[in-house]
Design a protein around this ligand. Sequence first.
Ligand code: 3H9
Length: 765
Amino acid sequence: MNTFLHDYGVPDTDTLSGLILMKTPSRLTGRPFFTSHPNLPFYGLIQYACAPHILRSRNRIPTMALKGQVHYETRGDIALLTVDNPPVNPLSSGVRQGLLDGVEKALANDAVKAVVLTGANRAFIAGADISEFGAAATAGASLNEALNKLEGSSKPIVAALNGTAFGGGLEVALCCDYRVAVATAPVGLPEVKLGLLPGAGGTQRLPRLVGASRALNFIISGEPVLAPEAAELGIIDRVIDGDLVDGAIAYAHEILAAGGKTRKIRNESSAVEADRGNPDIFAEARKTAAATMRGRFAPEMIIRCVEAAVNAGDFDAGMKVEAECFAQCLNHPQRQSLIHMFFAERECAKIPDVPKDTKTVDLKSAAVIGCGTMGGGIAMCFANVGIPVTILEMEQDALDRGMGVIRKNYERMLARGRITEAELNERMALLTGSLAYEDLGSADVVIEAVYENIDVKVEVFKKLEQVMKQGAIIASNTSGLDVDKMAAATSRPQDVIGLHFFSPANIMRLLEVVRGKDSSIETIATSMKLGKTLNKLAVLSGNAPGFIGNRMVAGYTRQAGEVILQGATPYQVDGVLTQFGMAMGPFQMNDLVGLDLGWRARKLAGIDPANVPITARVADKLCELERFGQKNGRGFYIYGDNSRSGTPDPEVVEIVEQTSKELGIERRPIDDDEVLKRCLYPLVNEGCRILEQGIAIRASDIDIVYLNGYGFPDVTGGPMFWAEQQGLDNVLADIRKFQKEYGDAWEPAPLLERLVAEGKGFGDV
Ligand code: 3H9
């Protein structure tokens, strides 16, 4: 019997028993990833889903011990059950068993008339225990048994949501008769973000409660709402002011006073009956899913489940469809990638030599140098979270221009309804412009975002050294320059760090935190915490040219440049990569960033056109024709008025063909498979070097960088995870082939060779 399916009560269907269980050796380790123990098949599945080092670090050793508990006490005629499984109360084995035991105990006690179920810690219940997916068999009740016990109770049960009620947590609440919550409790069914669906009855009970259309929006978006909005939707019966448990007990007494009726959602059918015979609801949901979740597998499964809730006839028939669709999601590679990303996001906050309890500074004020695209965006990040920020420019004109752009950005957000006018005014009031370095001195953190040139930056650091108060963090928003050189311009290198924001800084979630050789652990810990405060995903990188992201992307763009000279067109390359799932192709990216940046830098440096790298020749020619990219409406693509999606231009293809001819390169058809491999494998090869040199702490950190900073598709789990799924041996074989054909730029990374030779994966590094 499959452990996860058993624990969560999903039937072990044929589809499931043929799951990944006995399929192929693990791409991660090269070893078979199933075990011979009859109770352990899913241990293999999770090995497939997560990098092994993550598994090891999470110490998921097979154990029969129950995890988590549910406390039982009585308060008068009410039994109070409190889920306790820190930090976020997932439905681990002990919780499932505790729920079952608690309800049984309450039912057996004649003095108990009703039950209140709540959570200790900061959550009600955060859902199924994701770390149990595929872990060892656990003793105790399955989720199904626990839920049946709750739903079968003859005494009313009130779920009292003290905090997060997500996924299986909300599904537990939906098996209770009534639901109350504190106003701050987030309520949601985020399974879709993990490539799953609410598989504990959520797809069947929610439509019965709120109707199919609302349920579909709620489940497909995966976005949580706060309790007051959940109450408006009809999910929560009452929002409680004051003490939650007291309020819930009072609510239970009201129910008892009114006759003590139970209310089982499974028996409510009016909402779904009203939706029956209305296929538009599902057509609309499919349209939304296609627009917002392109290429995702789970949304269609969700729609089928809700269709079943409406049309299947009875509740149990709908539950059967849900179980089958859940199993398909569980079995899907997208689920593996997305769960890999879930753990990877949490792992990247963990830095081996920076203990969790390292002292950090509370950053209450900030300064930014430069009010251009990057500086302005970074200043907005601070203002968005209520931190006052002083912005320094050299000239009043530049300052006015920069502040104007920030205001325009906020006005655009206002027009789209993303902020209110009051918020716009509050945020603008947090921004102070200045032309004098002295005005920055009292800030807790300063980030320079000046021109990307090491000499310019060193000069800025010398000035900062003079004005910044002791203990302030002095940071550079460099995208790849030497942080140690900047630190050496000060007498306090321990306070210096790189904070590489990605453009547009106020939107992009990634923040590369770059530790210099002397950055103190306090500076590192404070900077990682700052990332969280600014709602960024902070990844620590070592100080090496290009850090993690830009160092890897160099090979990617170089290959894209090469394949178009050898026979592909920019539009073929972009098409292949967007088809793979990238947010945009390399030439679309060039147009977005601006082709003129490199061209101007080369001109400034006086580089002879004959010495310009061949892969930059086409872009330089386009610049000579004043085609700078999106900024002036023409680059590799032509952009209509204010349009961000360009149309291909035959003139560009002619320029590419002409350039091949000038360089004596014979053009030939290059198939899509080769285009894809030639663009993506340099990421993997360089990623291996970055890992081996300790610039990234773990392979999954590289995945995080690529997903959040470079538009790599999340359903692939990032370039390193994706490479393991292709088989590192296959990747290496292709890289060796390319080395023979295209030279030593393709020399395999030693780490890649070693892992393949030893049959290991990145988790073994
Ligand atoms: C599901 O429910 C399926 C069912 O429908 C069907 C079943 C048949 N399990 O994020 P944080 C860990 S699918 C296990 O840093 P925050 C997390 O790894 C599930 N562990 O805190 C971390 O561990 P560590 C649907 C979990 O306050 C620690 O808790 N539910 C789980 O920023 C703290 O997490 C979801 O998708 C879990 N479910 O955010 C909810 N959740 O310290 C997923 C967290 O060792 N979770 N952990 O690194 C979240 O969205 C956020 O964690 C939450 C707290 C909002 C709860």
